[in-house]
Write a protein that binds this ligand. Sequence first.
Ligand code: C5P
Length: 214
Amino acid sequence: DKTFVIAIDGPAASGKGTLARKLAAHFDYALLDTGALYRAVGLNVARHGGDPEKEADAVAAARALGDMDLSDPAIRGESTGALASKVAAIPAVRDILLAFQRDFAESPPGGKTGAILDGRDIGTVVCPDADVKIYIIADVETRAKRRFLEQYGPNGTEAQYEAILADLVQRDARDMNRSTAPLKPAKNAHLLDTTNSDIEAVFEAALGLISKEQ
Ligand code: C5P
């Protein structure tokens, strides 16, 4: 039987990773955080003293993806997100990561019957035939607040918040305006706005959408 594929896209810190993890646990589906792939590539370029906007440097790092540790905590940092969005604007880098992502969706590891991929272009490019496509949005201030609390806890400073907000604004613009696989909802994506709803409500809404397709 064909794998059941759920595509989740949206801007940085929109809650897509959390939703994807909850759905994967609920359905016992395989989960691929595709942002982690771009983050690993960006981090690898930086660690080798390369330039994330230079095609040769970014491509070399993308080819070495198999040797990278996707569980390295440095991958999660906001500065790594910025590096990721720079390498992600290079078409040759996206090409290298595409095959891996499609393979994952078609034959998920562990013999799972379904796959959930979250990113920016899953519904539009990686899995255009996904069974369910979800596009998550939230106001940028809300997303910045979430990321700020996650990174600095309750004692973060105003300056740290402002830095995160500025970074998200810049990263959204880069992801939405690039010419290859820009961030945008697929035509048949279901929009979920998480600005005023907690993760439980978003999870319930997603379950409702998915149960109609299963
Ligand atoms: O989702 P996350 O914030 O971890 O993604 C980091 C960066 O990787 C994004 O800002 C985006 O530029 C890039 N990305 C992408 N396509 C994906 C997933 C992530 O371009 N499918």
